[in-house]
Design a protein around this ligand. Structure first.
Ligand code: MN
Ligand code: MN
Length: 260
């Protein structure tokens, strides 16, 4: 069995501000396979076809089709890497994971906590997935890094659900204690500073550097069962630099998932 399955979810119907992330999966693959970079992650593992099964891209007509698509891939693979899509896709993906894994910890990198009870009347908006995930008890532990937009409501939600929020204002990556359960990493590209990642819908200056995100991925010791890269918006990109950043981070995440 191939060690990691890749799925692209071309879905941005839950974006609140701009559309675009539905176009992202093929463009990130294209950057990865453009010949601009080799396929070795920094840990020395090569992301080659003997280890990876790429199922291609899927257009979800209905939001909860994303759960069905993911569940189908989990029938034949223990580890799934997803290219999004807007951040709303992480909730149905994790609903599918929950049926396979009784305990999951989540490392969530983002400018935003995405903890709104509802946003513009939609409880499944891309501003809400981690409220839904915590409500359903899917995560034993949710650690958020890069946050710099907390309002009163989301602060209350974080307390209510016991979320560990590492804001940019007080960031010290060594304060994040080791995870105890199988780990899912959800990477919203707007967690990085827009200087590194201009191709996102919500520019929020004061964010993480590429190196900080790579170090955070590489420092994880627990098995990573799943990961996603979401919110790449090619309509806002500059010289494909965000596509190439996403491809690099994809390579590092896959390299880490394939360790051991
Ligand atoms: Mn997000
Ligand atoms: Mn965000």
């Amino acid at each position: 069995m191939k060690k990691v399955t890749i799925q692209g979810i071309c879905y941005d119907k839950k974006s609140s501000f701009q559309q675009g992330p539905a176009l992202a999966p093929p463009l990130i693959r294209q950057a990865l396979h453009s010949g601009s970079m080799n396929l070795f992650a920094e840990n020395g593992i090569e992301i080659n076809e003997s280890l990876i099964l790429d199922k291609g891209d899927f257009t979800a007509e209905n939001y909860f089709d994303i759960e069905k698509i993911t569940a189908k891939h989990l029938e034949t693979s223990d580890h799934i890497f997803t290219l999004g899509g807007d951040h709303s896709i992480t909730f149905p993906i994790l609903k599918a994971f929950r049926n396979k894994y009784s305990k999951i910890d989540i490392l969530h990198i983002d400018a935003h906590a995405d903890l709104y009870h509802e946003y513009e009347g939609d409880p499944y908006s891309h501003a809400c997935p981690f409220a839904r995930i915590m409500e359903e008890g899917i995560a034993q532990r949710l650690v958020q890094v890069g946050i710099r937009t907390l309002n009163t409501h989301q602060q209350e939600q974080a307390i209510k659900y016991g979320v560990e929020v590492h804001t940019m204002q007080q960031l010290n990556l060594t304060n994040i204690s080791a995870f105890n359960n199988p780990l899912y990493i959800s990477l919203d590209l707007d967690g990085l500073d827009p200087a590194y990642a201009p191709g996102v819908s919500h520019h929020e200056p004061g964010g993480l550097s590429s190196r900080q995100v790579i170090d955070l991925i590489q420092s994880q010791q627990n098995p990573i069962i799943g990961a996603d890269i979401v919110e790449y918006n090619p309509n806002r990109d500059n010289q494909q630099m965000t596509a190439f950043l996403a491809a690099k981070l994809m390579k590092e995440l896959l390299g880490k998932m394939l360790e051991k």
